[in-house]
Ligand binder design. Structure first.
Ligand SMILES: [Zn+2]
Length: 277
């Protein structure tokens, strides 16, 4: 059973735990948007940022309301926003509102990111992934980050398969070929596509493992230290606090070698940084 909190209590909790911002996520915030707005406005007054994670299936009025308090919006698409897949599994008659919402958020000049849950057996078409990425590049711009998420079988799709590494990487390949500059994987700690790479010289500019940032190779204006290319980062980069807040869960189908190597490299990076100050 859940617990009831007022907006004031949520802000108090965020401050008590030294949070820099609040993310409205997991439950769809479009369902409780006025409550999110009340929290978000208070958060801004206290110097906290707001991140809204939504499926994007909202009216123009709802999208406009998000824009009054969100600093960043992630629109979580599923199955490359495949019309046939979403009609069958999400019960929405057509996917047009998703794209309209994305265009509208872009016009509001909010930092916008896309995630795409890659679902095996029907929601992993590379052709549709290519169309989606080309649309994102032309309508939202090549700097729009995209995150391809590993599907974890659960609930009514418990017997479905996990997204394979090869299919996930093929999606990344298509996104990069489409001209998107910041392409990531999610739910795969240790994968090299958790890091940010400079689109100009291809050097790693932000090292990550799971939810943690380990180090970066950027100057104070977010330019790549190797070549000077400006990386359009919004907000401050912050190292993960020394005490471990999260231990990413490693899922059975993942290549454990990649996960372990990623973790070792990440920890090595962090201790190098600590020793050099
Ligand atoms: Zn560079």
């Amino acid at each position: 059973m859940g617990e009831a909190f007022s907006p004031e209590e949520i802000i108090e909790l965020a401050k008590r735990y030294n949070c820099e911002g609040i993310a409205f996520t997991y439950n769809e915030p479009l369902v409780w948007l006025e409550f999110a707005r009340d929290i978000g406005e208070l958060a801004h007054r206290e110097g906290l940022f707001n991140v809204v994670v939504t499926n994007g299936y909202g009216t123009a009025e709802a999208v406009d309301l998000i824009s009054t308090f969100a600093d960043c919006v992630t629109v979580g698409l599923k199955a490359n926003a495949s019309q046939s897949f979403l009609k069958e599994h999400s019960g929405i008659p057509n996917t047009e509102p998703l794209f309209t919402s994305l265009q509208r958020l872009k016009r509001h000049d909010i930092h916008l990111e896309i995630s795409d849950l890659v679902i095996p057996q029907g929601g992993d078409s590379l052709e549709e992934a290519g169309s989606l990425c080309r649309w994102i590049k032309s309508e939202l711009g090549p700097d729009t980050p995209i995150h391809f998420i590993v599907f974890i079988p659960s609930h009514k799709m418990s017997t479905a398969q996990w997204t394979s590494q090869s299919v996930l990487e093929a999606h990344c390949e298509i996104a990069m070929k489409s001209g998107l500059r910041y392409v990531y994987v999610a739910n795969f700690p240790g994968h090299e596509r958790e890091n940010t790479y400079c689109p100009n010289c291809n050097g790693m500019v932000i090292a990550r493992f799971g939810y943690d940032i380990g180090s970066w190779n950027l100057d104070s204006e977010n330019r790549c230290k190797a070549c000077g290319y400006m990386i359009p980062i919004v907000g401050d980069l912050t190292l993960t606090p020394p005490e471990e807040r999260y231990v990413p869960v490693v899922f059975p189908p993942m290549d454990l070698g990649i996960v372990c190597e990623g973790l070792t490299a990440f920890q090595q990076n962090k201790s190098d940084d600590a020793s050099t100050g």
